[in-house]
Design a protein. Structure first.
Length: 217
């Protein structure tokens, strides 16, 4: 894992700083406040609130990285394979952990968020949410941290922030899962310099746990 090159940073390209220090702090604060606000709000159902919040953050992240010269996604068999295999391994681990009663109870609570929505609607909104989270938390927030910290520190901090953004979920399982999943996807971004592997892993993971066969369900 490496920091973006200093030369590209001076040119303001993909590896350059999208935001100053104050801007990055404001972006992080917005992510935490918007996500937890959506989780705490009582209007409407949980699924629609959360997806709407993530979409708003995704648009914010897209604005931040709008001048990126290098594509956020790069085609490559190795990246696709990494994403697919990691998602399947994570899903297998989740199925095993869901055999534990406390984990199963948390899974059932989170699964209830999808009640009343069709599989097609859930799949479409999962895609929108994954795009939003990847652009905001990886391409914008993590990228900014990688410019300022060692990769290991940036990955750890970004993962912790991703978890904190989910603390108001009403169940301990979501922030813990966000911490673990965030670490994996942040590591992929830091290692490859693009979103392909993390996006594929994130999307397949979400489809499996939300649409196809939720653990603990």
């Amino acid at each position: 894992m490496r920091k973006p090159s200093a030369g590209a940073a001076r040119k303001g390209e993909t590896s350059g700083r999208h935001l100053g220090r104050a801007g990055l702090r404001a972006l992080i604060a917005a992510g935490i406040v918007v996500m937890n606000g959506a989780l705490l709000l009582q209007a409407g159902d949980e699924w629609n609130r959360v997806v709407t919040a993530i979409a708003a953050l995704g648009l914010t992240g897209a604005f931040v990285v709008r001048k990126t010269a290098t594509p956020l996604f790069r085609a490559g068999a190795s990246r696709l394979l990494l994403g697919i295999v990691s998602a399947l391994l994570l899903y297998g681990a989740a199925r095993a952990l869901a055999l534990l009663p406390p984990v199963a109870a948390g899974c059932r609570y989170l699964i209830s968020w999808r009640d009343g929505h069709s599989a097609a609607f859930l799949a479409a909104t999962v895609l929108a949410a994954v795009v939003g989270e990847e652009i905001f938390w990886r391409a914008a927030v993590l990228h900014g941290l990688l410019e300022r910290l060692r990769p290991s520190a940036a990955i750890a901090l970004a993962s912790a922030l991703f978890a904190v953004a989910h603390v108001a979920a009403g169940v301990w399982l979501l922030p813990v899962a966000a911490l673990g999943m965030g670490f994996v996807w942040n590591a992929f971004y830091a290692a490859t310099g693009d979103l392909t592997a993390s996006f594929v892993s994130h999307l397949l993971w979400d489809l499996l746990v939300v649409v196809v066969a939720p653990p603990g369900g």
